[in-house]
Design a protein around this ligand. Sequence first.
Ligand code: NAD
Ligand code: ADP
Length: 260
Amino acid sequence: MMRFKRRVAMVTGAGSGIGRATALRLAREGAYLVLVDQAEAGLMETTSALPEGTEYLRKVMDVSDEAAVEALVKDTIKRWGQIDVLCNNAGVAGSHPPITDQNRDEWERILGVNLIGPMLFIKHVAPHMQSRRLGSIVNTASVAGIRSGAGGNAYSASKAGVINLTQTAACDLGGDNVRVNAVCPGLIETGMTQPIFDYARANEKAHKLGARCELRRYGNPEEIAAAILFLASDDASYITGQALPVDGGNTASLNLPGMK
Ligand code: NAD
Ligand code: ADP
């Protein structure tokens, strides 16, 4: 498939995990890439894995820095004159203390990266899509934005915010044929979840990871990238404002004891 031939696609958090898998697949399907990450080494690794001849811009920046977002959009328009696809994917999990031990600075950090970052990118990219009456935005939310769990506070709240931002932006931009959707990954092995996987493997509990979802396994970044590309592509031309769980059936289940 070459669904993104000569299309310009911007991906944040492209230096690791889901963002890297998304960038690599977009490249294989013909896109020109704008790759963003705050971690330079990861971003370099992604660009060195791109298929020979892929055209790309690479930017080391913090997604919550509005001046940097504005400058990046300007550079992209100067280079290609358009932005067809925006994948707001950069995110941080943070720590997970109980509600009584929450720290205000940590909340502001997590909300800054996970929620305000996507808002800033949509704010500055969308006008270039509206003027061409063409564009698709895909935000990486989480199943944690649909349901929470013990200690999930700032991360879960930020991802619930991303789902709501997806709806708001879809309403604001739908009249200009700009679509906005989200994916809600379940448990995926990436940099963010490596400590969980390392712990489980060290304690011979790896087989239990993913056991609470209906497919009885955790997912991989390519399985999320596939859903992101679908929503970004013309195959999803009548889908907007939606948040698609890609979670092996996790959110389909009440997970009550004794029901399996
Ligand atoms: P990851 O840690 O492997 O990748 C996230 C990338 O985002 C990293 O390269 C990191 O450097 C970058 N990043 C973080 N803060 C940034 C900032 N301020 N500016 C620029 N770049 C920044 O993790 P991942 O699992 O691939 O995460 C991608 C997205 O998927 C995140 O939004 C995450 O919340 C979401 N998600 C992941 C899982 C999972 O199980 N891994 C589940 C649900 C949702
Ligand atoms: P966690 O995902 O558990 O929060 P880290 O704090 O190590 O783990 O963050 C994961 C990635 O996000 C790292 O690459 C880190 O450099 C980056 N990061 C952390 N905090 C910020 C921040 N305030 N702004 C931008 N990037 C950040």
